[in-house]
Design a protein around this ligand. Structure first.
Ligand SMILES: O=C(O)CCC(=O)C(=O)O
Ligand SMILES: [Fe+2]
Length: 201
């Protein structure tokens, strides 16, 4: 019996206060992660979006795409969705099976190299509901996902490796911010998909 592969595809709770966090090292998928990465890089209509931060327009330090069934508004911009692709639907299926939750939208983030990053934020937009479940699937180069408590000097770091699934749930978005820092050493491309369930009007 191969104990490690059994552990690899089990969604396990990561102990954390004031919220819920679950991690699976390898989400079972019909394609190898290296193939998923190549297809996501090639098939996605990647956009460099501008955001407004402290009244100033700047480019996001990564490329993004928004797919699914709902409009999405964040950082002062509204994204019109493209339909889910067959590959995104296969990943969504695997995520829903592993997590027992349902999703209707996905934000794709492409971190081109070590200079790309995601600023600290909470995914707490009203249309996500009071205690949103957000499922984050990663392909390609591992990057460190950092959670910082909003009111206490607490930090949690998780390596999000190729083919992994991280599920944020419960009160996590109320009490923690999360982000991905730039790195100093060279990093290859990483694609992250965050599946969300958006209230449709
Ligand atoms: O790239 C990641 O792992 C984080 C993505 C994220 O936080 C988001 O899309 O809201
Ligand atoms: Fe996020």
């Amino acid at each position: 019996m191969d104990l490690f592969s059994e552990q690899d595809d089990t969604l396990r709770a990561i102990p954390i206060e004031d919220g819920e966090l679950y991690f699976m090292r390898r989400l079972p998928l019909p394609l190898a992660p290296v193939e998923v990465l190549a297809r996501l890089l090639a098939e996605t209509d990647w956009r460099a979006e501008a955001i407004t931060l402290w009244g100033k327009q700047m480019m996001q330090p990564r490329l993004t795409a928004w797919h699914g069934e709902a409009r999405y508004t964040y950082s002062g911009m509204t994204l019109e969705p493209l339909p889910f692709t067959p590959l995104q639907l296969a990943i969504k299926d695997a995520v829903e099976r592993a997590s027992g939750r349902r999703f209707n939208s996905v934000l794709l983030n492409h971190y081109r190299d070590e200079r790309d990053s995601m600023g600290f934020h909470s995914d707490d937009e009203k249309e996500l509901g009071p205690n949103p479940a957000i499922a984050s699937v990663s392909f390609g180069e591992a990057r460190t996902f950092i959670l910082k408590h909003k009111r206490q000097p607490k930090t949690v770091k998780i390596d999000l490796g190729d083919g992994s699934l991280l599920l944020m749930a419960g009160a996590l978005q109320h009490n923690w911010r999360h982000g991905i820092n730039k790195e100093k050493v060279a990093r290859g491309p990483r694609v992250n998909l965050t599946f969300r369930l958006i209230d449709l009007p």
